[in-house]
Design a protein around this ligand. Structure first.
Ligand code: FAD
Length: 138
């Protein structure tokens, strides 16, 4: 198995309620568990930023499905790398958004508003990795 990590951002196509986000996470968590994919999803300011980690073919196919989802648009890949081990907790999809620690970390990255378009590849990955330790319960 070739383990890869794909990171992309996108914009919500409409305003997202808590229950919209819960639905996305519920589907993601149950599918990813079966697919042996893990990662981290952030949502704020109408932007999604997500890392997907798993087998290369599985991640590629999953990304195409996700990018096709009408709940968001303009999915843009920031990075795609072969990795030697998992960065994110195995077989789950973490979530963070809107919390105090989320904004604290944004400020450390020089942003006041969450805008992944302005992040470099390294900033996006380290933001996701750092936020995995400060997840938001929804
Ligand atoms: P269903 O959930 O039944 O979906 C069938 C189809 O309907 C899909 O094309 C789906 O895009 C669409 N759909 C479902 N619910 C809605 C809705 N409320 N409004 C409009 N269209 C809808 N899936 C994963 O498996 N893993 C992930 O990590 C993951 N991350 C995601 C991140 C984001 C930001 C978004 C928006 C979606 C994510 N998804 C993820 C969901 C993914 O896009 C597909 O919905 C899912 O893989 C299909 O699951 P399913 O086969 O159970 O079908």
């Amino acid at each position: 198995m070739k383990l890869v990590r794909l990171v992309y951002y996108s914009q919500a196509s409409r305003s997202m309620s808590l229950s919209d986000l819960r639905n996305i996470l519920q589907t993601a968590r149950s599918n990813n568990d079966e697919l042996e994919v893990c990662g981290m999803l952030c949502f704020e300011n109408q932007f999604f930023l997500q890392a997907l980690e798993g087998d290369r073919e599985t991640v590629n196919e999953l990304y195409l499905d996700i990018a096709d989802d009408p709940r968001h648009e303009e999915a843009t890949i920031i990075s795609y790398d072969e990795v030697s081990e998992h960065t994110f907790a195995k077989w789950q999809m973490g979530y963070a958004g809107g919390s105090e620690s989320f904004y604290e970390l944004l400020r450390k990255n020089g942003q006041t508003e969450f805008d992944p378009e302005q992040m470099t590849q390294a900033q996006a990955i380290s933001f996701l990795v750092d936020m995995a330790a400060f997840q938001t319960e929804i």
